[in-house]
Design a protein around this ligand. Sequence first.
Ligand code: NI
Length: 208
Amino acid sequence: MAERALSRGAHGGPYGPGQVQPILHIGDPVLRQVASPIPTSRIETPATQKLIDDLVATMRAASGAGLAANQIGVSKRVCVIEVKDNPRYPYKPTIPLTVLVNPVITPLSDEAFENNEGCLSVSGLRGNVMRHVRIRVQALDRHARPIDVKISGLSAGTFQHECDHLDGLLFVDRVTDTRTLATWEQFALHQRDEYLERVRSLVALYGQ
Ligand code: NI
C-alpha cells in the first residue's frame, strides 16, 4: 500500500506522500458547515498542498471514490476524486485523480438519474438519490490552473456528491425515499442487481 499512498498528480508529481487522517462521521458539526473558499494565492502554499496530499492518501486508504476536506476536519473548499478498480464501487467508470479547489457545478440539462450512494462519513448505509446527468464542473487544480469540464452519467453523480460535502450536505439529505436506505450487506442482497442494470444502461448512454 506504500506505493499507492504516494500521491502522484496528473500534472507532474510526485508530491508528498500525504498522511492518512481520521474521517469525520455524520453528526460532527464540521460536516454541516459551508466550507470556505481557498484564495487563489493560497493554493500553492505548503499547508494547502499538504491538505491535498492528505486527502488523496486518506481517500485511497479508505477505498473512497472521493473525499472532501471537511471530511477530515478542514472546512475548506477542496475535494479529491479518483476511481480505479474500486472495491467499494466496482461498477463505477474510471476517473483519474482529480483535485478540485473551489469547484462550481452547473447542471447542463434537466435530466436526472437515480443513483445509489454511500459515503465514508455515513458508515454502513447506502441510499438512492437523484443526480443531474450532465454537469459542467469549473474549479482550480492544485496548481491554481483552471479546470472546466463537462461530466456525464454515473461520474457526474460522484462529482455532485463530493461538491455537496463542501456545502455541508450529505447524501442522506437527498434521499427522497428513506425506504431505499440499506446497509451495504442488504444492498448487495436486495438492490444491487436492479441498480447494476440501471448503471449498465447509464454507462451505455453516457459512457465514462
Ligand atoms: Ni461522501
